[in-house]
Every structure is written in C-alpha cells, then in structure tokens.
Design a binder for this molecule. Sequence first.
Ligand SMILES: Cc1cc2nc3c(=O)[nH]c(=O)nc-3n(C[C@H](O)[C@H](O)[C@H](O)COP(=O)(O)OP(=O)(O)OC[C@H]3O[C@@H](n4cnc5c(N)ncnc54)[C@H](O)[C@@H]3O)c2cc1C
Length: 452
Amino acid sequence: MNPVDALIDALPAGRVLTDPDVAGSYARDQTFLQPGKPLCAVAARTRDDVVATMRWASEHRVPVVPRGAGTGLAGGAVAVEGCVMLSLARMTAIRELSPADEIAVVEPGVITADLDRAAREHGLMYAPDPSSYEISTIGGNLATNAGGLRCVKYGVTRDSTLGLEVVLADGRILGTGRRTMKGVTGYDLTGLFVGSEGTLGVITAATLRLRRAPAVPPVTIAAEFPSPRAAGDAVAAIVAAGCRPLLLELMDRGTLEAIDAWKNIGLDPGVRAMLLAQSDGRLPGDAEEMARLCEANGASFVAVPATPEETDELIGLRRLAYNAQERLGACLVEDVCVPRSVLPDMITMIERAAARHDAKICTVAHAGDGNLHPVFIFDRGLPEPPANVWAAADEVFRAALDLGGTLTGEHGVGLLKRRWLALESGPVVTEVQHGIKAVFDPLGIMNPGKAI
Ligand SMILES: Cc1cc2nc3c(=O)[nH]c(=O)nc-3n(C[C@H](O)[C@H](O)[C@H](O)COP(=O)(O)OP(=O)(O)OC[C@H]3O[C@@H](n4cnc5c(N)ncnc54)[C@H](O)[C@@H]3O)c2cc1C
C-alpha cells in the first residue's frame, strides 16, 4: 500500500489532507522562507490522531513538522520536503480550569488570548502574552517558549508551565511534570520540551499555571524621547532602580512612523522613540518612579492616558507594531536579547549597523527584558533579504553576543538562526544537544533541520 493510503487508513475520515494546495496552505509560517513540498497535512483532533500519525511516520521514515497557527517568525513550522504537516490547531479544548489550584489543563490548539479570557472569568489570568496572542496557539507558545509584554513581570511561557503530555516520535505518550507548584522528581523534562521547537515530540496537552488577575487597573505611562538611546537609558535606570513594571515596551521612530502612516496617531516630528510602561499597582510608587526616571533620562513628554479606553488603544498600537512594519515591505524580524544594563549600547549598535549597511531597520523591544526586535525591511519583490540586510543582521547578532546577549530571546532558532548558532553554542553544547535529540528521535523525523 502507498504510504499516504496507509496513513488515511490509520486515521478517522477527513484528517488527512492530500490536495497539494490544501497541504501547501499549512507549509509556511510568517517568514519569507520558501517551504518544501509536503506529502500531505494531518488536521489532528485528538491525541490518538497524533499517536497514529507518529507511529505511521516512524514506520515509513517520514519527517513530521508540527504546526500551531503558523505565526512563528523563525521558520520552525516551515515544511521540509516530503514531510507531513501535523496541525494541532483543531485541538482546542480547555479540559480543566481550577481556580482552587490556579491551573488550567489545555490542548495545544487553544488560542493564547482565549485561555487568558477563560481564566479572567475566575479572577485569574494566563500571564504570557506574545503580541500575537489573539492568533497564536498555546502549543506554538510552548514549543518556542514564547515571551510577550507582561513577561517582564510574570516570566516567559516556561515559567507558567507545570507539566506536558507529549507524543514521541515512535508514538509513545510521555507525561512530564506535575500539577503541583513544586516538584523535583527526576530531570526537568517539561523545561526541556518548552522551547524545543517541535524537534523532540508533539505536545498534545499542557498543565499551565494561572495567576491572580490584578485587582486594580494598571497605571500606564507613555514617554516620548529625542533618541532611542535616551529611551534605552531610561529602561536601564528603571531596572536598576528596582521597579517592577507590568510591561515596559520601546518603539523607535521608524516603528512609530509605520504606525502613524496606518493609524494616524499625530506623531510629533521631534519624537525619536517612545516608551510604554505599566505598573499594576502592587508597588504603588512604581509608576511615579518610572515617570521620574523617564524625565531624568531626557524624555521630552511623559503622559498618563486619561481613561482605560485610551490605555487599551495605546497598548493595542504597540501590539500592532509588526503589522504596521509589514506594510512597509518584506520583513526579516530579529530577536536579540541582551542584559538590560547594556540595552542602550545595543540600540546604538543597531543604529550603526543600519547606517553602515544602508539597511532600513525599525526596532521594537520588550525593553524591560532587554529583548529587541530589529525588523529589517526590504523590497517585497525579492525572494529573500538582499546582501546588505544579511550583513546588517550579522553585525547585530555579533554585537548582541559581544554584549553578553543571545541570538534569540523568544522566537526560537527555527531555520533562520541556524547559520549563527555556532557563534553562541560551543562544540560541547552542540554535541550534547544532538545527543538529547537522538534519545527522543533516533530516526531524525521530528522537524528535522530545525532549532539545533
Ligand atoms: C504579529 C506577531 C507578533 C508576535 N509577537 C510575539 C511576541 O511578542 N513574543 C513571541 O514570543 N513571539 C511573537 N511572535 C511569534 C509567534 O507568534 C510565536 O512564536 C508563537 O509562539 C507561535 O505560535 P504558533 O501557534 O503560531 O506556532 P507555529 O508558528 O505554528 O509553530 C512554531 C514552532 O512550534 C512548533 N510547534 C507548534 N505546535 C507544536 C506542538 N503542539 N508540539 C510541538 N511543537 C509545536 C512548530 O513546529 C514550530 O517549530 C509574533 C508573531 C507575529 C506574527
């Protein structure tokens, strides 16, 4: 029997999508990367569907690329030639939400913001909030260890993950972690799977930590600066002063112009950068202190939105930054992260790289985490970034590493960053990581060529 027929036989009707156009529609993420041609796609609805797919894939030695919503920015969910695209997007059940234990047990296709909304009905929240939270899935967030705006206070996805259910490459089901707040039985396999970009197994359920939603609305500050470096100085000062912002986001002039061209926000010509800071009121002095530190570091204007609606609008604009940048051309979205004390230096290095290589770079940053997204804009007609963009990106990566930072704060390595991996991970790290991969995936069928 031909392998695809065997897969159709192994799964309930309608799960295997063989039409090349339909399967092809699962083959890309948000990058410009050209996908390979998938053999087919599987739209899984249950864990059993995933088990059957993986058993079949092991038997026939077919590569499998897990996929959530395809919002990834590193090429992790891009099809490799002849693979099965395994979509988890239809596994959308919130199986349990326990206010008593402050946990939720969810399937991987749950949209991130839907879990947060469900938790808020019980006075709780799901803290990790990538800007894509209205479209990304929990499975994708787990596989990339996604960050977000609130992560400066509440940590990244890993910090909210207690346990996982994973289907391994050979179809075995692995339960990791626990539903307790503490636990040290054996190695931390949960931590290992979070951020593994679909290269070790397929996440089919997760036990996630919820937190009490703040009782009072947060206080928001918007500060305008005459240079991005001055905004970076303010961030470093806020961190050094021990403030605990709920979010601390930076947008440079290029980003603000892109938003202005779309949403007409009345951008003043002198504004070169904007900081958005929020404090959720647990430390009442924080908002005043952050405003003071912005002014002390050269802010030309500091404002507090008058109404909750104005606040939502402002934060909403920040969440739209990438969509606004995309309107300018094709984008290479980067993701370096540096120690927060050197954030101002990293901003200067990005500006230098842009000037030296004549590249258009718009930067947004989860500044409170030292996580910058320099977005390189290039001609939409080109199949991939031109040489000057790669040269500028290379300079930015090396600068981040020189400053004690990392190549990727939250988007993952995927395919895009593999070229630079050796600069950050020495030979021993590389060897150990390949050894781990071989334990879970001896046939090398789980998302091959990605992440490590
Ligand atoms: C507008 C916009 C804003 C963004 N903002 C942020 C941000 O603030 N912070 C941030 O971290 N990211 C951000 N991203 C990137 C992206 O949204 C995140 O990486 C997100 O976690 C990906 O989720 P997804 O469901 O789309 O996953 P996909 O793109 O489908 O997959 C991502 C990776 O996860 C793997 N994967 C997916 N599901 C599973 C599973 N169930 N089991 C095993 N592996 C799996 C895939 O193989 C792939 O390697 C943004 C993207 C966009 C387009």
